[in-house]
Design a binder for this molecule. Structure first.
Ligand code: HEC
Length: 119
């Protein structure tokens, strides 16, 4: 529980942009749009319609939820859980706290995961 809380407060600090200069921004860069595969591009469409209103894709700054830059590359997501595909699918399907679940067919889910890996 302690780990969860400290990970969450670090995420809040990053989201508020307070400690950007201290390293919150030292994340690996996202794959540029010009290099997306067709699947990643389809995933971006799914993201725009189902996720973008709450999550910025290219920063860790918060919107209605945490920014998802490098979400699959960080050791732990804001909740403290590692960003495995299994965990991502679980959060996307079932939601988490203030995040609602999103209904996607399996093709959309695979495309969305491919896109999330570009962030
Ligand atoms: C209505 C706003 C909303 C929508 C739509 C939404 N989310 Fe979220 N999301 C949130 C909030 C709020 C949290 C923080 C939940 C928490 O840990 O309390 C969150 C958390 C997350 C996390 C971090 C989970 C963790 O374990 O820390 C991921 C990844 C995520 N969302 C991905 C997505 C994806 C992908 C979509 C689109 C399918 C999506 N979200 C749609 C609001 C939203």
């Amino acid at each position: 529980m302690h780990t969860y809380r400290s990970a969450a407060s670090i995420a809040v600090f990053c989201a508020a942009g307070l400690f950007m200069a201290l390293g919150c921004k030292s994340l690996p860069p996202s794959k540029p749009e010009s290099q997306w595969t067709p699947q990643e591009a389809r995933g971006a469409v799914v993201y725009k319609s189902g996720c973008a209103r709450c999550h910025y894709p290219t920063t860790t700054q918060g919107l209605n939820g945490p920014g998802l830059q490098a979400i699959t590359k960080v050791p732990a997501m804001p909740s403290g859980a590692p960003p495995t595909d299994e965990r991502l699918v679980n959060v996307i399907v079932h939601g988490r706290n203030m995040m609602p679940g999103t209904q996607l067919d399996s093709q959309q889910m695979q495309d969305l995961l491919a896109y999330l890996h570009t962030l």
